[in-house]
Design a protein around this ligand. Structure first.
Ligand code: KIV
Ligand code: ZN
Length: 535
């Protein structure tokens, strides 16, 4: 009988700690719903004591998401644990995940605590958390660099104190697979009460071994793996969920295990998270990279045509990538469009979302002869990112060329108001971003701008992802259009909209507002430079 491996997803906690990522509560909730649909056993929704935003994000997930256990992280102190419990107490199955470092280097330089004090603290906090929460997980941070005898002592003590799950983190991605597997085996052989808890592992990817280490741990008795979608996370990231799951599935003959993941939902989850976080997936990334199922060389193509198993160990369909695509066009009606959505797995869209997607599809079909699955996916993604759409692009016009200063005029709708502004810039995109900032009355910093074509062909849909920041807040935005300036404008406005719910005061500063509509304010290149300099 195959062993059941539990998938603990920490995309919303460790993944969100990746440099440059910051998700608002509604983005986190959308991701958590998708993770639950994917079949994740435990969703680590965040670190409630870290900030008010984190707390709210975890709380809304705990209230809304059913089917998966909802975990919250807490340092080993009462305030963190109280805050974590307050955030997850409404969950169907809540779990408090508390941790304290146990390696000599962390205890000496970070905690400034002795071994005996660390054990005492861990025990005290596990029993404190167990008073409220039926499921408590404990992590000895930097376990991989902890002196083994001391590690066994800590684990035994926290299990006696009530920990139901003990998680062994390779916090700095230091261990080699054979070594990490051996550590798990030794824990099983040296901790007298280990049968009273489930062993979990949490591997970082600093040496590119996070997935290999997690799999080695499974071979040696770990029953839970902590991972993130697309492997995002601190520094080089965490073990990638899709790689672990597909390794276990594809090599079931070897690992003899199963997971609860519906692998056909991997691809969509991966693109959704890539877009929401603004973290692009490298083309040659295992499982979800654009080239993961592409065959370029003649020899490979020939083999594939004779029998796909020659060069393919798993099918694209098994991760939700459809190969044969029924193409839609401008004569396709609503029925065909809805059938296509169902076929692509978008069965959970509500009527309003379907209506909006259909309108965007019709607009696109007027400009593009063949509308492919990838185009539809991009349109749906754009719609789903617009759940908080305070500002909406109504119109833009640019004047640009090699010998003239680019200028852009934008008209932006905000509730019943319409604002129109113009600005110059270094190229049409810069001019349009300047005009948007001017119309909305906000100054943000553009940290990253990325553009790519969703499909091949000159009429391809351009996909733009931007990352912006303002003070200590960051946000990502996404926009698509056959016109790249329009896609850029939509992405920029989307990023500003996503930042808005986290700003206590509304973004719009009224004295700077020059609208309502028809109040043009044109300023020259010099002014723009200064203005952007202040940002
Ligand atoms: O990497 C780590 O050690 C962690 C712990 C909090 C589990 O993320
Ligand atoms: Zn970690």
């Amino acid at each position: 009988m195959s062993k059941r491996i539990y998938i603990f997803d920490t995309t919303l906690r460790d993944g969100e700690q990746s440099p440059g990522i910051s998700l608002n509560s509604s983005e986190k909730l959308n991701i958590a719903r998708q993770l639950s649909e994917l079949g994740v056993d435990v969703i680590e929704a965040g670190f409630p004591a870290a900030s008010k935003g984190d707390f709210e994000g975890v709380r809304s997930i705990a209230k809304d998401v059913r089917g998966s256990t909802i975990a919250a992280l807490a340092r080993a102190n009462k305030q963190d644990i109280d805050r974590a419990w307050e955030a997850i107490s409404d969950a169907e199955n809540p779990r408090i995940h508390t941790f304290i470092a146990t390696s000599d280097i962390h205890m000496k330089y970070k905690l400034k605590m002795k071994r005996s004090e660390v054990v005492e603290k861990a025990v005290e906090m596990v029993s404190y958390a167990s008073r409220f929460c039926p499921e408590v997980e404990f992590s000895p941070e930097d376990a991989a660099r902890t002196e083994p005898e001391f590690l066994y002592r800590v684990i035994e003590a926290v299990i006696n104190a009530g920990a139901k799950v003990v998680n062994i983190p390779d916090t700095v991605g230091y261990m080699a697979p054979g070594e990490f597997g051996g550590l798990i085996r030794n824990i099983r052989n040296n901790v007298s009460n280990i049968d009273k808890a489930l062993i979990s592992v949490h591997c970082h990817n600093d040496l590119g071994m996070a997935v290999a280490n997690s799999l080695a741990a499974i071979e040696n008795g770990a029953l839970q793996v902590e991972c993130t979608v697309n492997g995002i996370g601190e520094r080089a990231g965490n073990a990638a969920l899709e790689e672990i799951v597909m390794a276990l599935k594809t090599r079931n003959d070897y690992y003899q295990t199963s997971t609860g993941i519906i692998t056909e939902k991997i691809y969509r989850t991966s693109s959704m998270i890539s877009i929401a976080t603004g973290m692009h997936i490298q083309a040659n990334k295992a499982i979800v990279g654009a080239n993961a199922f592409a065959h370029e060389s003649g020899i490979h193509q020939h083999g594939m045509m004779s029998n796909s198993k020659t060069y393919e160990i798993m099918t694209p369909i098994s991760i939700g990538l459809k190969q044969s695509q029924m193409v839609l066009g401008k004569h396709s009606g609503r029925h065909a469009f809805e059938e296509k959505l169902k076929d692509m797995g978008y069965s959970n869209l509500n009527q309003e979302e379907v209506n909006r997607a259909f309108e965007s599809f019709k607009d696109l079909a007027d400009k593009k002869k063949f509308v492919m699955d990838r185009d539809i996916e991009a349109l749906i993604t754009q719609e789903s990112r617009n759940t908080f759409e305070k500002y909406r692009l109504e119109y833009y016009q640019i004047s640009s060329g090699s010998e003239i200063t680019s200028t852009s005029t934008v008209r932006i709708k905000c509730n019943d108001d319409v604002y129109e502004e113009a600005a110059c810039g270094d190229g049409p995109v810069d001019a349009t971003f300047n005009a948007i900032e001017r119309a909305i009355g906000v100054r943000v910093k553009l940290d990253e701008y990325l553009i790519k074509a969703a499909t091949g062909g000159k009429d391809a849909l351009g996909e733009v992802t931007v990352k912006i920041s303002k003070d200590n807040m960051r946000s990502a935005g996404y926009g698509v259009s056959t016109d790249v300036v329009e896609a850029s404008a939509k992405a920029y406005i989307n990023a500003i909209n996503n930042m808005e719910p986290r700003i206590e005061e509304p973004i719009r500063v009224e004295p700077q507002v020059l609208g309502p509509m028809k109040n043009h304010n044109f300023f020259g290149a010099g002014d723009v430079d200064n203005w952007r300099f202040e940002i």
